[in-house]
Design a protein around this ligand. Structure first.
Ligand code: 5GP
Ligand code: ZN
Length: 111
């Protein structure tokens, strides 16, 4: 099965890496929507937030540890975490990812 983000994790497609460990990978978004915009993904292929189960939820929790650690390292205190799930919600890559956006005022509700 070919998956864009699995290809980024295994190095077949280059990315601007922010962080990596055995469970998670973080890299800057190719089309940033804020002055800071990176993605945190589990290395394990999970389709979306709708595919989180008791078996894989530990890596999802780990992604949030990564978000807290990386934002701290970048000196970011105010940020937004977004995970689009499904086409109607705007998910374009079917591998679970958390957008981390920062560096500008955010509006609510999101569009
Ligand atoms: P989604 O639309 O699924 O919520 O988010 C997918 C994100 O992946 C988009 O913000 C898009 O800009 C980003 N993206 C798509 N292809 C690539 C790529 O090849 N490299 C990087 N760094 N980001 C990508
Ligand atoms: Zn994948």
């Amino acid at each position: 099965m070919s998956c864009l983000f699995c290809s980024i994790v295994n190095g077949d497609i280059p990315s601007n890496k922010v962080y990596e460990d055995e469970l998670a990978y973080a890299f800057y978004d190719i089309d940033p929507q804020a002055p800071v915009h990176f993605l945190v993904i589990p290395k394990e292929h999970i389709l979306s937030a709708g595919a989180v189960t008791p078996e894989n939820s530990a890596v999802v929790a780990h992604c949030f540890e990564v978000i807290a650690q990386v934002t701290k390292e970048l000196g970011i205190t105010d940020f937004r975490v977004v995970s689009n799930c499904g086409l109607q919600a705007g998910q374009s890559v079917p591998h679970l990812h958390f957008h981390v956006l920062a560096g500008r005022d955010m509006t609510w509700p999101p569009g």
